[in-house]
Write a protein of this length. Structure first.
Length: 227
């Protein structure tokens, strides 16, 4: 069978566990124990979806960092003792831009904590994936190859299966190589930086998954040879 290379869990160190960050840390530590039992060398968790609407005070990402950093550092310090590396993904809008993710990983400043880079997710915040990967690849523990179809937000809503980026553009998951993500550029950057971690496909297309994955895997192998 296939080895488990990463264990993925949700987390929110501002809103999770009814807003009790210590309880959320304890809960995520329990997930680290699960990762160890499974033999997974890494665990991906979220940081936060952002401040709740009713929160009174400053709500920028920089204002969230003093709340996120100690919680995530405590989790990864615990995980290091169990032999599990932890990482945050560019995911969920609030912690998705490359500059925000870089601030977080540098703030935590722990050799056991890094980034799960999702190539496609940068489009959710209207950021160029190649430029974003160029910034974050030095911190990468794991990489998702993902592709999206993109339509401008000035066009009519294309309907079911599409969702909006932060700026209102329309995105829909696609087969690797069928969308707008500059995959070859992203892979070339990874090769230049000698990334030697896991590269996995995350498929969110409307096509039948076995078909979409088979075509996407073939394309990804071809792009890797070209990079």
């Amino acid at each position: 069978g296939l080895p488990i290379v990463n264990y993925t869990v949700g987390a929110d160190f501002i809103n999770g566990s009814n807003g009790d960050w210590k309880a959320e840390v304890a809960r995520v530590k329990d997930e680290v124990r699960v990762a160890q039992i499974l033999g997974a060398p890494g665990m991906r968790h979220d940081a936060t979806r952002g401040f709740p609407r009713e929160f009174k005070g400053k709500k920028s990402f920089d204002d969230a960092l003093p709340m996120l950093i100690p919680a995530i550092r405590e989790v990864t310090d615990f995980a290091a003792d169990l032999g599990v590396r932890t990482m945050v993904e560019n995911h969920g809008f609030f912690c998705q831009d490359s500059d925000r993710v870089e601030k977080l990983v540098n703030g935590v400043d722990h050799e056991n904590f890094g980034i799960l880079i999702d190539m496609g997710n940068f489009l959710c915040v209207d950021e160029d994936p190649a430029a974003a990967i160029g910034r974050l690849i030095p911190y990468a523990f794991h990489v998702h190859a993902k592709d999206f179809h993109v339509k401008t937000g000035t066009s009519p809503d294309p309907g079911k299966g599409w969702f909006n980026s932060r700026a209102g553009n329309y995105l829909r998951g696609s087969i690797i190589g069928h969308g707008e993500v500059p995959l070859l550029s992203c892979l070339s950057i990874m090769k230049k930086h000698e990334y030697d971690g896991v590269l996995s496909i995350e498929f969110e297309g409307l096509e039948h998954p076995p078909v979409g994955l088979r075509i996407g895997f073939s394309n990804l192998k071809r792009y890797l040879r070209l990079a």
